[in-house]
Design a protein around this ligand. Structure first.
Ligand code: NAD
Ligand code: ZN
Length: 360
């Protein structure tokens, strides 16, 4: 049995350490995973810098990382759906399965959700990690481990587009072209949107969005008012957007989303910014704009996997940097500074491509 279980543990603000942890013991419905690829998410960086996100506060050391894929190393005795050696994407949140939300299929709202690297629960930037078998998604041979890890953010994009009701011919406005805005763009395209305008404050991010197929990109200035910008959005798109999806969390962006959306349309808020912001609510209600929240994803992993496996969505362009787990500190530095146009920084727990069946 392996003894090296090098693990990235967040002890407090600006205190991320690599240390040895015992290899976990698995329960009957769990699998032990030899971790392969773990992407860094904005929330990981936020916990490192601030020690909290809203009500989730780091009060004890926590293993970081939740955008991940690994290889099944051991099966719990009830597990029949996976085999040792299977390459899997890990859906990082495991709900209670018993509450009303779980039973109604909205398990992302479960109050007892155990979610990787959301305090107090450990994440999976570690060599060996255990997880509920039914929240592991077996990857076909032609899907890489990195793509498996990227199913996590892609599932957020799929969920956001499903909440927005994106479909054939939708005209979509996406605010923010960070990793989440970009996966939302990819999901919206795959779900049939005919026109997508995406905004950002950074031209480099918009260049990537254009490369990924955005119909229009719009560079915004920080002090630009929603009222001014909405005119440009409407002039640029062939029709007023019927779905707007905020993927940055700025007040100005949520305001723009409401003003820019056609009457009877939908505004979806994915971005998490200040807990309270000022919104043009009368404008929204008088035009019957539905404002909907998004919390992670729910039954979206299999669709995300199908999109990648079928070639309908290519997430590879999102990964700009690669590091070994021993270089975790540098990886986080690159991610938080956005060095070298960083979008998604991938940490490799095993040598890159070691577990891939075909050469990528
Ligand atoms: P990110 O910070 O990497 O990207 C945000 C992008 O928005 C950046 O490119 C930034 O330049 C741009 N931006 C900032 N202000 C803007 C404005 N006013 N108008 C247009 N663009 C603007 O973050 P990310 O990883 O892409 O995540 C995006 C947001 O989604 C974050 O707030 C994150 O917390 C949130 N998020 C929410 C969920 C959820 O379940 N609801 C899940 C994942 C991430
Ligand atoms: Zn539940």
């Amino acid at each position: 049995m392996a003894t090296d279980n090098l693990t990235a543990v967040l002890h407090g603000i600006e205190d991320l350490r690599l240390e040895q942890r015992p290899v976990p013991e698995i329960a009957d419905d769990e699998v032990l995973l030899a971790m392969d690829s773990v992407g860094i998410c904005g929330s990981d960086v936020h916990y490192l810098a601030h020690g909290r996100i809203g009500d989730f506060v780091l009060t004890k050391p926590m293993i970081i990382g939740h955008e991940a894929a690994g290889v099944v190393a051991k099966l719990g005795k009830n597990v029949t759906t996976l085999q040792v050696g299977d390459r899997v994407a890990i859906e990082p949140g495991v709900p209670c399965r018993y509450c009303d939300h779980c039973k109604q299929g909205r398990y992302n709202l479960c109050a007892d959700m155990v979610f990787c690297a959301t305090p107090p629960y450990d994440g999976n930037l570690t060599r060996y990690y255990k997880h509920a078998a039914d929240f592991c998604f077996k990857l076909p041979d032609h899907v890489s481990m990195e793509e498996g890890a990227l199913l996590e953010p892609l599932s957020v994009g799929v969920h956001a587009c499903r909440r927005a009701g994106v479909g054939l011919g939708s005209k979509v406005l996406i605010l923010g072209a960070g990793p989440i805005g970009l996966v939302t763009l990819l999901a919206a395209q795959a779900m049939g949107a005919s026109e997508i305008l995406i905004t950002d404050l950074v031209q480099q991010r918009l260049d990537v969005a254009k490369e990924l197929g955005a119909t229009h990109t719009l560079l915004l200035q920080r002090d630009q008012s929603a009222e001014e910008t909405v005119k440009v959005v409407h002039q640029t798109m062939s029709e007023v957007p019927d779905k707007s999806i905020d993927c940055c969390g700025a007040e100005s962006s949520a305001r723009l989303a409401i003003f820019a959306t056609r009457s009877g349309g939908v505004v979806v808020i994915v971005g998490m910014g200040a807990p309270e912001i000022k919104l043009p609510l009368i404008n929204a209600l008088a035009r019957e704009i539905d404002i909907r929240g998004v919390f992670r994803y729910c039954n979206d992993y299999s669709a995300a996997l199908a999109l990648v496996a079928s070639g309908k969505v290519n997430v590879k362009r999102l990964v700009t940097h690669h590091y070994d787990i021993t270089e975790t500190a540098e990886a986080f530095e690159t991610s938080r500074r956005g060095t070298g146009g960083a979008i998604k920084v991938m940490i490799h727990v095993q040598p890159r491509d070691a577990n891939n069946k075909v050469k990528f």
